[in-house]
Ligand binder design. Structure first.
Ligand code: NAD
Length: 511
């Protein structure tokens, strides 16, 4: 363990601005040598990655916990397990995906044969964010390995503990000729982006997405952009409100709302809007508590008593007293906000009494503790569509509920905004579901199911428009990191092409 760490530290120390070019050149030479092409090499790398995750699941989960208090059980369930699932899904299938696929040729060219074959693109750059730092680094890597690519991984500087552990482990478990982890922030990423990678796979916000695509354009490097956006939820009176409330609360508040496909806001019909908001608040309290536990990176139990700040007095007023069965309790099942900057950004989205634009009502939460980077699960009702909280992706534990007349108005509301990464509909009315499927565009659409599509290796995962381009997971990911090459072959005798060679005699013109 120690030797690996020291070696890596040395490397990082010596890493100047030339680390990007040096890493790229090294990986490029490996790719050209053909080392990554045999399926048995790819299989060995996936086996090694699987071993790495099994041996060090705890180290990874604790690093994520140290970075922003994500419960270790959540990292196991929502990150490590999903990467393992992806390995086990692509490993037995990649031979078939890489095999030649015969295609018929048009009669004009007969006799002839043709087929397609997936070849690795080359050296891929994977730029990952901090919110699911293991999943969003390693799942693209699994797809790239299956495709036969070399990978340079640039994890987020906002989750430094996880980035460090991944750099150590990858150097020890995977083929060091074919894989590299480069740690650092915007300057390091900028230097990497100057290299002529064969593919760039970026996950993160749209602002940096534009920087990535601009840099890629210089080398005509293809990009996958996994971005975010405001993913809407529509709920009408036909829905099972309790189930809807539980699922929306989970989707919004898991990882303290820092999930790209989280429900960002709710559009609810007036008959159920207030009731739904109360039920979401109750479900959120049950799952994630409403106290302010001390955040101690070494404490895995979170069992200690709430360190309740003055600010939390506000919440007393907002507690739904009707439901006294749910005790006020600090929660070890709730993550913290990644940085003070994001904490301040999120708190500035809370409605303020002196703000005439926001007649918003705080159903639960509304407060935080800056020293802990804790923000209570917050549900707001009577939110105006142009309130600050509706002007940007929230990416935190705040859920505005907006009243909307009906499904048609909800569709118009969604279509008037940039295309979201996901859209969710809770309705038992089949016509309403069809309306959303036909009339809205989003990366994914979930009926009664937020986040679910993320968990399937059989479903392409990606955005559209402002929420990104390209997709991955399973076969989609394999294809994203591959070039599907067309191959044709025709015997030289008889030369039937003579039928289409000039001169264009009368007979040929009628072909
Ligand atoms: P982040 O801050 O971790 O940034 C992502 C990456 O971009 C990091 O590696 C970072 O070093 C790099 N970066 C930052 N500034 C840069 C610059 N100026 N030049 C070059 N590189 C730079 O992540 P974030 O942007 O805060 O992530 C949050 C966003 O990501 C949200 O919008 C969320 O919806 C989106 N997201 C999308 C998905 C998805 O799968 N589609 C998943 C997670 C997050």
């Amino acid at each position: 363990d120690h030797a690996g760490h020291t070696a890596r530290t040395k490397r990082t120390e010596h890493a100047g601005h030339d680390e990007g070019p040096r890493t790229f050149d090294r990986l490029s030479a490996t790719f050209r040598s053909g080392r990554t092409k045999p399926l048995r090499w790819r299989r060995a790398q996936l086996d090694a990655l699987e071993r790495m995750l099994r041996d060090h699941a705890n180290d990874l989960a604790q690093a994520v916990h140290a970075d922003f208090g994500k419960p270790t059980a959540e990292t196991m369930l929502m990150e490590i397990k999903l990467v393992l699932d992806e390995i086990r899904f692509v490993r037995p299938r990649m031979a078939r995906w890489s095999a030649r696929r015969p295609k018929l040729m048009p009669w004009l060219l007969q006799p002839a044969r043709s087929w397609t074959v997936a070849e690795p693109k080359g050296v891929a750059l994977v730029i990952s964010p901090w919110n699911y730092p293991v999943l969003l680094s390693l799942e693209p890597m699994v797809d790239a390995i299956a495709a036969g690519d070399c990978v340079c991984l640039k994890p987020s500087e906002l989750s430094p503990a996880t980035s460090r552990v991944m750099a150590d482990l990858i150097a020890r478990y995977l083929d060091p000729h074919a894989f590299a982890v480069v740690e650092g922030g915007a300057d390091v990423t900028g230097a990497l982006l100057e290299q002529p990678f064969d593919h760039i796979f970026y996950t993160g916000g749209g602002r940096v997405g534009r920087i990535v695509m601009t840099a890629a354009a210089k080398h005509l490097t293809p990009v996958t952009l996994e971005l975010g956006g405001k993913s809407p939820v529509f709920v009408d009176g036909t829905a099972d409100l309790d189930a809807a409330a539980r699922r929306i609360a989970w989707g919004r508040f898991v990882n303290a709302g820092q999930t790209c496909v989280a429900p960002d806001y709710v559009l609810a019909t007036p008959d159920i809007a207030d009731d739904l908001a109360r039920r979401i608040a109750r479900a959120a309290r049950f799952m994630f508590g409403d106290g302010v536990p001390a955040f101690d990176p070494t404490d895995q139990t979170g069992d200690r008593r709430a360190n309740v700040s003055n600010e939390s007095q506000i919440s007393e007023r907002n507690i739904d007293r009707a439901d006294s069965r749910i005790a006020r309790r600090p929660s070890a099942s709730y993550a913290r906000i990644v940085s003070k900057r994001h904490y301040d950004r999120l708190m500035s989205l809370m409605p303020r009494g002196n703000d005439p634009r926001s007649a918003a009502h705080v159903v639960c939460g509304g407060f935080g503790d800056r020293s802990q980077r804790y923000i209570a699960p917050t549900v707001l009702t009577h939110v105006s569509p142009d309130a600050p909280v509706m002007r940007e992706e929230i990416f935190g534990p705040i859920l505005p509920v907006i009243e909307i007349a009906n499904a048609a108005s909800a569709v118009a509301f969604v279509n008037a905004r940039p295309k979201p990464l996901a859209c969710y509909v809770f309705s038992h009315n089949p016509a309403v579901r069809r309306l959303f499927e036909r009339e809205t565009s989003s990366g994914a659409l979930g009926f009664n199911l937020p986040l679910g599509h993320l968990l399937s290796n059989r479903l392409p995962f990606g955005g559209v428009g402002a929420s990104g381009m390209g997709s991955y997971h399973g076969h989609a990911g394999f294809l994203e990191f591959s070039h599907v090459k067309t191959v044709t072959a025709k015997p030289t005798f008889p030369d039937t092409l003579a039928f289409i060679y000039p001169p264009y005699t009368k007979g040929k013109r009628s072909l």
